[in-house]
Design a protein around this ligand. Sequence first.
Ligand code: DGL
Length: 274
Amino acid sequence: MIKSGPIGVFDSGYGGLTVLKEFMNTLPEYDYLYLGDNARAPYGTRSFETVYEYTLQCVKHLFNQGCPLVILACNTASAKALRTIQQKDLPKLDPALRVLGVIRPTTEIVGQYTKTKQVGVFATKGTVVSQSYVVEINKFYPDVEVYQEACPMWVPLVENNEYLGDGADYFIQKHIEQLLKQGPEIDTILLGCTHYPLLYDKIRKYTPAHITILTQGQIVANSLVNYLSRHSDLAKYCSTGGSRRFVTTDDAFSFEQQAGVFLGEPIKAEHLSW
Ligand code: DGL
């Protein structure tokens, strides 16, 4: 039996906070429970099986905490685990519960931004190899050419608090050059990893000014507004008290320091050990 509880927001680490922040701005009335699996981040270089296993474990934890709805605020988990969880696990766990990802809402609208019909995607290796962005964008926009670039160092730069440092510039410039070499006519770049908005200023600095850079947070928040308005049967179980709870599988104090900076307000975090 489904009970009322917070909306669960999950990511391998800090990246999902860029999505949560937009949820908090757009739908402040809801309660949110954030789970960052920082102890096992990054997911981007891990196998399909491992990402699925870790993601399912975290989703189950959020359900056990009373979340009727969980958002995978992680592209890698959305690409590698979402469908299996929705189709195989949810019917057994409780068919009334819901898990949603971040790829679908993004691919629905990305084609609206390009005039050249060439879109670039920066993402983790796992997301790139899954081909999810290519397949999903072409479903909605068959005439758009999608170029992908895996950036395996970008998530570690964020997780290790080096994203503002000079070392980040090298890896950012390198991948922008490689992407634009693949598709010189690209006029729209999607940051297809929820960690990457934290690198936005540097990415913007090295990307030609005529190219639009899209981040996912607001896109996913708008999509959640739409989803909840269409699913009042589920929305009535999403509790509204404006509370926020943060749980990490790594050190709670470090999480508080870093997450507080990302969100622009002090937070309290709890450590989760399995
Ligand atoms: N934020 C995750 C994503 O959107 C990062 C994955 C990772 O841990 O490598 O893909």
